[in-house]
Design a protein around this ligand. Structure first.
Ligand SMILES: Cc1ncc(COP(=O)(O)O)c(C=O)c1O
Length: 413
């Protein structure tokens, strides 16, 4: 049973007031809040078994190593990876993408090759490929997008050719909420001998993820958007590809033998983890995964789908003076991300007004500047939901936006 009111009690910050109003936290696409269980796991690590991993024969170090590797196992099972050796710890999705662009891209993208992206990529899944393409004289192409914010899948067969080396696509857009058919993109990529990377930064926290079912070659995501701490993320790579990849960073921990002249590399996954890792936060992410597993990711998705359906109706039926809501209107292919533009009120003013009544939304280009520009606006306001949000909070949001528009039109009461 998915009991939101009970879940909310696990999140200390949700009891906070902002300017005397209950916090309505709707900036989950930027980062999620953390439950007590995750906060406790961090404190427990520092209070009870803080030590470096993989190095010591002493009790604390062995305990820290066990918990740290146990967290990797949890993350690996969470995405149904065939092996935890395929899961590399990184700082975040951005670092995971850079790791792929350097370690795999440098040796597998050549002059004249093509990298196929979608127009709705976060800068983190765009800029590393722009840089790689520049270094290699390769080309970047984009799958066109339809009016409703979904990909024009009819064009994909023409765009994936023998020149395509990589298709890299966001699973759920952080700006539009669109859920892209990444499995289908993968089938088409593989048919032409290309690899598929899935940016799961917004999907892994919100829906079940099965890398074997998706049959993706690479999956990237961040811990902080899925109830975990900041500073920890993960990269999944199919084992046979990972085995063929060169290290990204070199130094301590990732080596097997070192002489004054040269070095050989440790086995997976440590080959890709130079230096002392982020021990506490990986353990914190393991605890976040435990929390999500107890709720069940199917239930998380159902709850958010329900909220999305409700919010789509509320936005449609409210008196919102020409408000433009971006993204698909079918909750089956959309997550709980609501980006909108109000013609007469700048998103920053709207965001500031909403903050005064306790509502936290994001305003700006959401690190998807080319996409937001293609929508014909400089910025949008964005409300994004997570498992602890309620229909009542959707009401507060829609009423707040209505009130803001009235305020900027007529002035204070
Ligand atoms: C779709 C998507 N990809 C990648 C990222 C980058 O995540 P991080 O900033 O944690 O590296 C984000 C963050 O907002 C995102 O929404």
């Amino acid at each position: 049973m998915f009991d939101v009111e009970k879940i909310r009690l696990d999140f200390p910050i949700l009891a906070k007031e902002i300017f005397g109003n209950p916090l309505v936290y709707l900036d989950n696409a930027a980062t999620s809040q953390k439950p007590r269980q995750v906060i406790d796991a961090l404190v427990d690590y520092y209070e009870n078994f803080n030590a470096n991993v993989h190095r010591g024969v002493h009790t604390l170090s062995m305990e820290a190593t066990d918990k740290y590797e146990d967290a990797r196992e949890k993350v690996s099972s969470f995405i149904n990876s065939e092996s935890s050796d395929s899961v590399i710890w990184t700082r975040n999705a951005s670092e995971s993408l850079n790791l792929v662009a350097y370690s795999w891209g440098e040796n597998n993208i050549n002059e004249g090759d093509e990298i196929l992206l979608t127009p709705m990529e976060h800068h983190s899944n765009l800029v590393p490929w722009q840089e790689l393409a520049r270094r290699k004289n390769a080309d970047i192409k984009f799958i066109p997008m339809l009016e409703n914010g979904t990909l024009d899948m009819d064009r994909v067969d023409d765009l994936i050719t023998e020149k395509t080396a990589l298709v890299s696509a966001v699973h759920m857009s952080n700006a539009l909420g669109t859920i892209n058919p990444v499995r289908e993109l993968g089938v088409k990529a593989h048919r032409m001998g290309a690899k598929i990377l899935v940016d799961g930064a917004q999907s892994v926290p919100h829906m079940p993820t099965d890398v074997q079912e998706l049959n993706c070659d690479f999956l990237v995501f961040s811990g902080h958007k899925m109830l975990g701490p900041t500073g920890i993320g993960a990269l999944y790579v199919k084992k046979e590809i990972l085995e063929s990849m060169e290290p990204f960073l070199t130094g301590g921990e990732m080596v097997l033998e070192v002489s004054y002249e040269e070095a050989s590399w440790a086995d997976l996954p440590m080959k890709f983890e130079a230096g002392t890792p982020n021990i506490a936060d990986s353990i914190g992410l393991g605890s976040a995964v435990d929390y999500l597993n107890v709720l069940g990711m199917e239930n998380v998705r159902e709850h958010e789908k329900d909220l999305t359906t409700y919010a789509l109706n509320r936005f449609k039926n409210a008196d919102l003076e020409g408000l433009d809501l971006f993204g698909p209107d079918d909750p089956n292919i959309r997550g709980g991300v609501f980006s909108f533009n109000t013609p007469d009120v700048h998103p920053h003013d709207l965001g500031t007004f909403l903050d005064r009544i306790g509502i936290a939304v994001r305003t700006g280009h959401h690190c998807a500047m080319p996409l937001v520009r293609s929508l014909g606006v400089a910025a949008t306001a964005r409300a994004s939901f997570y498992l602890y949000n309620t229909k009542k909070e959707v009401d507060i949001l829609v009423d707040g936006v209505t009130e803001a528009l009235r305020y900027f039109r007529d002035g204070p009461n």
